[in-house]
Design a protein around this ligand. Sequence first.
Ligand code: XBP
Ligand code: MG
Length: 242
Amino acid sequence: MLKALIFDVDGTLADTEMAHLSAFNLAFAELGLNWQWDLPLYTQLLQVSGGKERIKAWWYSQADRPQVLEAAAMDQTIDRIHELKTAAYEQAVQDGQVQMRPGVLALLSAAADAGLLLAIATTTSPVNIAALLRRAIGADWRYHFAVIEDASTAPRKKPDPMVYRQTLEHLRLPASACLAFEDSGNGLKAALGAGLATVVTPNQFTLDHDFSGALKILPSLDGVSPAMIKAWHGDAAQALRH
Ligand code: XBP
Ligand code: MG
């Protein structure tokens, strides 16, 4: 029986990546680095989950990167960039530059009314989740979620299933009693790796990703009800039995 819904944040609950991209560029400029990421580049870079990991992967890909930097110095610079980026992102959210995706708030509320537990499994930083959901849900947003796992609790980023495994552990539920909601190939791999049937709602950044193994691929969660989700979950359970 379906007991809990587990949601990714970036790209699934809200269209966050344009704001993340602007925040990265603001942080680069603030530190006097002449780095600027454009939309096509950022779309590619999103194949690396996690802001710090994304900066590092890009930095290593640059032929003319400063060779003097030892690993520790590089990590320190990345930490500083990421700190500024996180502050810029939080400000953008507070300024109303990030919108929840269609149908998300209605589904969260209807699912809770239907007795389903809600959880979050994301690679993003905890302050980013708080900024987004405080604005969208209200000051008591945290009470709506039974479990929240994020970059501070699950250091191995998606596609590693760590964040989903920990979410299940803290929900004290088997994967078969839950459904995951994702927007990206890495997110889907992480959820599938934890044994979760997964509904995918791609967005402009993830349209080309590989969604093999998804339970459903939908343009958005608009109009999706707990009854529909329970029926899909039933189909997934039946498919597993055969
Ligand atoms: C989201 C991410 C995040 C954000 C940036 O992946 O990879 O890193 O892009 O947030 P997912 P941070 O939706 O699969 O969890 O800079 O805080 O990492
Ligand atoms: Mg995502």
